[in-house]
Design a protein around this ligand. Sequence first.
Ligand SMILES: Cc1cc2nc3c(=O)[nH]c(=O)nc-3n(C[C@H](O)[C@H](O)[C@H](O)COP(=O)(O)O)c2cc1C
Ligand SMILES: CCCCCCC(=O)C(=O)O
Length: 358
Amino acid sequence: MRELRDKARSLLDPVIRDFYEGGADSETALAENERAFARLALLPRILAGAGQASTAVRLLGADLDTPVLVAPTAFHRLAHPDGEVATARAAAAAGTVLIASMAATTAVAEVTAAARDVRPDAQVWFQLYLQPEPEVTAELVRRAEAAGCTALVVTADSPVFGRHGRDERNGFHDLPPGYAAENMRDLPGTPPGGTRPIAMSPALSWADLRRLRELTRLPVVLKGVLHPADAARAADEGLAAVVVSNHGGRQLDAAPATVEALPAVVAAIAGRIPVLLDGGVRTGSDVVTALALGATAVAVGRPVLWGLAAEGEDGVARVLRTLREQTAHVLTLCGARDRADLAPDQVVARGIREVPAC
Ligand SMILES: Cc1cc2nc3c(=O)[nH]c(=O)nc-3n(C[C@H](O)[C@H](O)[C@H](O)COP(=O)(O)O)c2cc1C
Ligand SMILES: CCCCCCC(=O)C(=O)O
């Protein structure tokens, strides 16, 4: 992973590298996501007779080969000319979900076609920022459905776009000429062939989410959940899953590390719907830690961008394969066959000598 990250860093234009790697404000949340995993240790169970580990997981009715999903990230063609098509092919081959960003540089229909070309049952979910104009949101949903997406992921942590100091210093405010947010083309209110900007609105509420659910039969996943009361409400309202996320440290800089927010969310959901997590997941140990704390699966953002920038489709495939192999290895070392064999008492803070009571 480090090798791919270093290769990506050396190949990427520094302005694009800063856009991908940067976080909000002082980048505390960004750094804490990784640091919080480093502060946690795993207590293995021994002589468990678990046998061969399995990374397979069932999520929203689909069988996946790995609990590591691809988080939605914007503008993949800035990393590699094959852009989201390469990511989609690698995710499909890895047997995982690609959460396609609304801010993709490839239209969602082309993304799903690329994934299905590799694997007819490939899972592509569409990430959505609810737009203030309902007819724009409705058209985006219609397109995601027509493209064969199997879930919608509403990102709810962005009532306003985060302040990204690196982008401000670099003057990176718009896509370079020749690139566009292709899902935003030819929407209501745009001139033919034109695109409209993605809007973020602090006026959005649970009522807008309810209206969205009336528009579609697709399962709706809520991304950006950190407060247990919001998690409980998501389950009460009939959402399909939540993603514990602080947007990779790109929105509220004072937000907690996601792995630290996870246990309270898991408790609030109480098994009613799956809980996913993203932010700072870099190794199989991170994956197993999140699973032990009650996540059904995790997602990775920047590692996929590093793989894509470094080696295109092969690089993304390598990132996903490495994480799956590491996850299986760590499960085995922990005495677990799969997630069901793990328990929260196997996650302990480093430097604290207490062990769980029998
Ligand atoms: C460059 C970049 C672009 C992103 N674009 C989106 C996006 O379009 N929609 C979204 O919901 N989240 C977006 N995110 C947040 C990711 O979905 C995810 O929450 C985050 O990257 C996870 O943290 P990690 O990068 O440490 O794995 C973006 C993150 C990065 C780094
Ligand atoms: C206003 C542009 C929206 C792009 C959204 C990408 C994103 O979420 C990010 O974190 O970057």
